[in-house]
Design a protein around this ligand. Structure first.
Ligand SMILES: *Cc1c(COP(=O)(O)O)cnc(C)c1O
Length: 341
């Protein structure tokens, strides 16, 4: 038995999802003739109370397209120092949009309205880049699945509006936040100009991210997607998986959160663990005591068939997901409790 907890992207479609994929009605989506893609896009737009949605192959491409829609070359966006758009999208911000990032030293990947205000370059000071966009992440990835307090997002939105800045949400795991905090997606639709939502993380599809947004910005999204090479043909097969996931895999995210919190609780009691970050959703980040190296610990876990991630700077990461069963959970807790270096 391999217990793969490196990421929630390692899941494979089950028989029911495969069945939904097999039964999908498809067409050429580049001509906008795929009925299943059209259904998914309109369903997600309605869910968030936004005008339009567009299906992308990956979260990175959806974020990169959004940044392109919001900015002009030479401009600057504001994000946390741990943001996915800055750290894990291959430098796409500069490659695709010619934009730089003003990095904020936030808390667990989250930033505040005061920090945003302090990071805006005065627009009439032509020596510095023009600030044009704020990118938030919810839940945070490197920040350990932390969820924003919606009141802080409202404050950020207010200052962004005052300064004419766009608001993009990297919502790769937004569904986890919505479930954890029992929030209404329409609140988010109200606060952001664009939001990306991944289906290939906790929702368990092989691929796909939907970008939702207001009409004015989204009008050019299909062109930007084409430029980035993201125009797809009979991709309704994957949209069918996403529709299936919306119906079947959202509410159950609470199980992933519960198991993650049990893992965190167990780790806290282990003598070889130095610290465990707060665990709000499905990501557990923890640190080992100095005498035990991350490499040795990970190698030892591998002997028990358990795979986890090393995020650097001493951070180890465990992510729970759809394919992580109760049996695996019991075994993991047992291995962690009895581990001896
Ligand atoms: C996974 C992830 C993405 C998108 O990644 P892809 O691998 O390109 O789909 C974007 N933002 C965050 C926070 C993520 O965790």
């Amino acid at each position: 038995m391999i217990i793969d907890l490196r990421s929630d992207t390692v899941t494979k479609p089950d028989v029911k999802m495969l069945d939904a994929i097999m039964k999908a009605k498809t067409g050429d989506d580049v001509y906008k003739e795929d009925p299943t893609v059209n259904e998914l896009e309109s369903r997600v737009a309605t869910m968030f109370g936004m005008d339009e949605a567009l299906f992308f192959p990956t979260g990175s491409m959806a974020n990169q397209a959004a940044i392109k829609l919001h900015t002009q070359p030479g401009e600057q966006l504001i994000c946390d120092k741990w943001a996915h758009v800055y750290n894990y999208e291959g430098g796409g911000v500069s490659f695709n949009s010619g934009v730089s990032c003003k990095l904020i030293d936030g808390h667990r990947g989250m930033i505040t309205a005061d920090q945003v205000v302090a990071s805006i370059n005065p627009p009439d000071f032509y020596h510095s880049p023009l600030t044009s966009l704020v990118c938030l992440e919810n839940t945070t990835n490197k920040g350990g699945g932390a969820c924003y307090d919606i009141e802080e997002i409202k404050k950020i939105q207010k200052v962004s509006k005052e300064h004419g800045l766009g608001m993009h949400l990297d919502g790769a795991r937004l569904m986890n936040a919505l479930v954890a905090k029992n929030e209404d997606p329409k609140m988010y639709g109200n606060l952001f100009d664009t939001i990306s939502i991944c289906f290939s993380k906790g929702l368990g599809t092989p691929l796909g991210t939907v970008l939702v947004g207001n009409k004015e910005l989204m009008q050019n999204a299909i062109r930007v997607r084409k430029v980035l090479g993201g125009g797809m043909r009979q991709i309704g097969y994957m949209a069918a998986a996403a529709l299936f996931a919306l119906d079947n895999n959202v509410v159950r995210l609470a199980e992933d959160h519960q198991r993650a919190s049990e893992i965190a609780g167990t780790l806290k009691k282990c003598s070889y663990v130095k610290a465990v970050e707060p665990t709000d959703t499905n990501i557990v980040i923890f640190y080992l005591k100095e005498e035990l190296s991350e490499e040795k610990f990970m190698e030892d876990l591998l002997h028990d068939g358990i795979r986890i991630s090393n995020m650097g700077e001493g951070k180890l990461r465990i992510v729970t997901h759809l394919d992580y069963t109760e049996k695996m959970h019991e075994k993991l807790l047992e291995v962690l409790k009895s581990y001896q270096k």
